[in-house]
Design a protein around this ligand. Structure first.
Ligand SMILES: [Zn+2]
Length: 266
């Protein structure tokens, strides 16, 4: 658990700064979602952002998170075609995530770890919803970041992260093999397997188990009614795993404590 931090680490100016930083990162996250989810995958560095309709390049003043979209009233400066509301919404969401983490944990390593983790989960959820893809840059890149954060925290957290990653990868790999054998078709994508290795590195093995449980629960609550209504289609399971992982990061320890008490009482 995180120790109580002095109030200085939660000064409103620092929380606001974290929120602004998050909005800028959210702006880059938009580019990652769009280009890593594209077929074929595109570089997030080149070319510079341009309007998909008229090809007009963006000025620096068109690149201010949220503000530019509002000033342009959601339309391209050149062709006046609408610009997706996804852009400002993701910038806003990422800004709120970073501000909230700074407020919750104080301006320090745990806030950065939580903000990075939640940003990656948001990226995975939106890319999976749009393109049915979980890019390796999010999953394997996130795995590397999760291990680095654990390394910065010491030897014991590193062991927890590596074990968590192994459990996440191994369990979903088993589900994939069993599913393929049972249903004679791909039941679990490779992207989900790599994603759960990343989640394991951030949450440890208990958090990984809880994430899979929550993801399957949320997924079936949403998917079963859809398939009963005859609207069965490809399930972007990464979204449900991402929601489960975020819930687990926020309230996982409380759920595990409650479950532990429940087992003792039974
Ligand atoms: Zn345009």
């Amino acid at each position: 658990m995180t120790p109580d931090l002095p109030n200085a680490g939660r000064a409103p100016i620092l929380v606001a700064y974290a929120g602004l930083l998050g909005a800028v990162i959210g702006s880059f996250l938009n580019v990652c979602i769009l280009r890593w989810g594209a077929e074929p995958k595109q570089s997030v560095v080149r070319p510079a952002s341009r309007c998909p309709t008229c090809g007009r390049g963006l000025r620096w003043s068109d690149n201010i998170p949220i503000v530019s979209w509002l000033l342009l009233r959601g339309r391209c400066r050149g062709c006046r075609e609408p610009i997706s509301m996804q852009y400002p919404l993701i910038e806003l969401a990422t800004g709120l995530i970073w501000a909230w983490m700074a407020w919750r944990f104080g301006f320090g390593l745990e806030a950065l770890r939580g903000a990075v983790f939640a940003t990656i989960l948001l990226g995975i959820a939106i890319t999976d919803a749009r393109a049915y893809i979980i890019p390796d840059e999010f999953s394997l890149g996130g795995l590397a970041l999760g291990v680095l954060f654990a390394l910065a925290a010491g030897r014991q957290p590193l062991g927890t992260a590596l074990l968590g990653a192994a459990v996440g990868f191994g369990l979903l790999w088993l589900v994939a093999v069993a599913g393929e054998w049972l249903f004679k078709q791909e039941a679990m994508g490779g992207g989900d397997i790599k994603m759960m290795a990343m989640v394991g590195a951030f949450l440890g093995w208990q958090g990984t188990l809880l994430t899979i449980f929550l993801g399957a629960l949320i997924g079936s609550l949403i998917f079963v009614p859809l398939s009963l209504a005859g609207r069965k289609r490809l399930v972007p399971f990464g979204i449900f795993l991402a929601i489960g992982a975020a819930a687990c990061y926020l309230v996982g320890p409380a759920i595990l404590r409650w479950y532990g008490g429940y087992l003792e009482a039974a």
